[in-house]
Design a protein around this ligand. Structure first.
Ligand code: C5P
Length: 233
């Protein structure tokens, strides 16, 4: 039996061809592929179709945030391209998240597609939040956001590994998708990080891992080593 592989590789590559090439290299060692706004706004959503053809679920990290009718249309269209998950910012509010869930279900035509609510970007820390007038910690914000996501039809929440416990408290049954994963301590644009095994121990359902895999000399080897480090048999 193949063990559940919780690794979602973030294919933040410059071109769709690069994304598909790396996806093929890592496919045996990951559970799903993710593309973000860089590829969705460049080569476009056809990249989702190309990745779906490789046989793993595809996560369109579109980070939708607009009025409900626009978000509903966007989610439906991404589902028509084969997206298994689509992200929408929880900050867009309950009606927008419900519209996203409805559009996605309509486009997918089956129940196995879900909206993931984006809580607080893992690149932000307390000082960044204060600078934009938010006098709450990421934890306090994520706690409120997780309960809104749960009551708005979201399948899951995207959160930092450091806020997993808060999400589990306010939305106990929700799927948790965790970026900001670093196998070792590095100094880049992610502020709230954890190692892959720490995040799984803290209850993450899925890990979103980009550069530690895609920027490695051997992406397939890097993905295999990370999966092995999780101790999942
Ligand atoms: O390369 P790295 O592992 O930092 O990639 C993290 C991925 O997770 C990026 O694709 C980024 O867009 C995404 N992400 C994030 N923080 C969130 C939501 C998504 O870093 N809150």
């Amino acid at each position: 039996m193949v063990a559940h592989n919780p690794i979602i590789v973030a294919l933040d590559m410059p071109t769709a061809q690069d994304a598909v090439r790396v996806a093929k290299e890592v496919a045996p060692h990951v559970g799903a592929f993710k593309i973000g706004v860089g590829l969705l706004y460049g080569p476009g959503p056809g990249t989702i179709d190309a990745l779906v053809r490789l046989g793993l679920p595809v996560f369109a990290d579109a980070k939708l945030h607009d009025i409900p009718s626009q978000v509903e249309m966007a989610a439906r269209n991404l589902a028509l391209h084969g997206a298994r998950w689509v992200t929408a910012h929880i900050g867009g509010g309950q009606a927008m998240l419900e519209a996203a869930a409805s559009g996605l279900a309509d486009g997918a035509g089956h129940a196995e597609a879900g909206i993931l609510g984006v809580s607080v970007l893992t690149s932000l820390d307390n000082a960044d939040l204060q600078r934009i007038g938010i006098d709450r910690t990421p934890g306090q914000l994520v706690s409120k956001m997780a309960s809104v996501a749960a009551s708005s039809g979201c399948e899951g929440v995207v959160c930092s590994p450091l806020e997993l416990h808060v999400v589990h408290q306010s939305a106990p049954n929700i799927t948790t998708v965790v970026p900001g994963i670093r196998p070792t301590t590095v100094d880049d644009d992610q502020a709230r990080t954890a190692t892959p095994s720490d995040a799984i121990e803290k209850g993450a359902s899925y890990l979103v891992i980009g550069r530690p895999i895609t920027a490695a000399d051997d992406p397939g080897g890097a993905a295999a080593a990370i999966f092995e480090s999780l101790g999942i048999i």
